[in-house]
Design a binder for this molecule. Structure first.
Ligand SMILES: Nc1ncnc2c1ncn2[C@@H]1O[C@H](COP(=O)(O)OP(=O)(O)OP(=O)(O)O)[C@@H](O)[C@H]1O
Length: 246
């Protein structure tokens, strides 16, 4: 479904590669966690997968289509079916839960309709269904700034759900949450993944979460893939290689 061939990214003005020569294939149905120290390249990699960051070398193909040769409109179409959730939620604090969830439709609407906030009853019903799916019924008209971190991330997930995603990407979506809430969010993501048959790829700092929820673990170190395997194969040696100081 997604194929990365020799993918490297060098940021302008940098002498080192944020990710280097990454060769990976991801298929529908896989729930993958990406591990690595701060600065290992996890965010850069995730951003490459929805075309927010273009590789400076190599190719990424999504369902056979090469991302770096697509026109902006085609890229938008791909992003429309790629849900993305973030560490800091990327919500609009002064807007309500349902207004934030409806922004998930922006990718599929004309900019005029988006800014004027005209949504059909059908779209509002779909948003309410997504809100119910993440357990936030009753909060539809609450301003997001009044919610807890876990509730905010549920809004972020509902927004992604409304996009009817094929691929779900997460950039440290539980890094700002306490361990109990982080587990609840991962349970929700895993259930959603299983119900919808998604490809899910999530960056995470917490190895225990990766081991508990993922089918496959990938570890990056200084931009290189140093582990790609089953969670149970990621032992003490792999931990040291990923997080150790040498
Ligand atoms: N916009 C940018 N411009 C220049 N360098 C960048 C940019 N974004 C990231 N980098 C550099 O690229 C490398 C990888 O960063 P990246 O954010 O992808 O790592 P990460 O594993 O997600 O880290 P963290 O866990 O701290 O978010 C780092 O050395 C970082 O300083």
């Amino acid at each position: 479904m997604i194929e990365c061939k020799n993918v490297s990214v060098t940021y302008p003005g940098s002498h080192t590669k944020a990710i280097q020569a990454v060769n990976l294939t991801f298929t529908k149905g896989e729930f993958i966690c990406v591990l690595g120290k701060s600065g290992a390249g996890k965010s850069t990699f995730i951003r490459c997968l929805n075309g927010l960051q273009m590789p400076t070398e190599g190719d990424i193909r999504l369902q056979g289509r090469k991302l770096n040769s697509l026109k902006e409109a085609e890229l938008r179409e791909i992003r429309r079916h790629t849900g993305m959730i973030f560490q800091h939620f990327n919500l609009i604090p002064r807007l309500t839960v349902i207004q934030n969830v409806l922004t998930g439709l922006f990718g599929s609407r004309s900019s005029f309709k988006s800014v004027t906030g005209l949504f059909t009853n059908e779209e509002k019903e779909a948003a309410n269904a997504a809100i119910s799916n993440v357990g936030l019924t009753g909060f539809e008209n609450r301003r997001v700034e009044q919610l807890s971190g876990g509730q905010k991330q549920r809004v972020g997930i509902a927004r992604a759900l409304l996009q009817q995603p094929v691929v779900l990407l997460g950039d440290e979506p539980v890094a700002s949450l306490d361990p109990g809430t982080a587990n609840q969010i991962f349970t929700l993501l895993r259930n959603m993944h299983d119900d919808l048959g998604l490809l899910t790829i999530i960056n995470v700092h917490d190895l225990q979460l990766a081991k508990k929820y993922a089918d496959r673990v990938i570890a990056l170190r200084e931009g290189e893939v140093i582990f790609d395997g089953l969670p149970e194969e990621f032992g003490d040696n792999e931990y040291m290689k990923t997080y150790g100081d040498e």
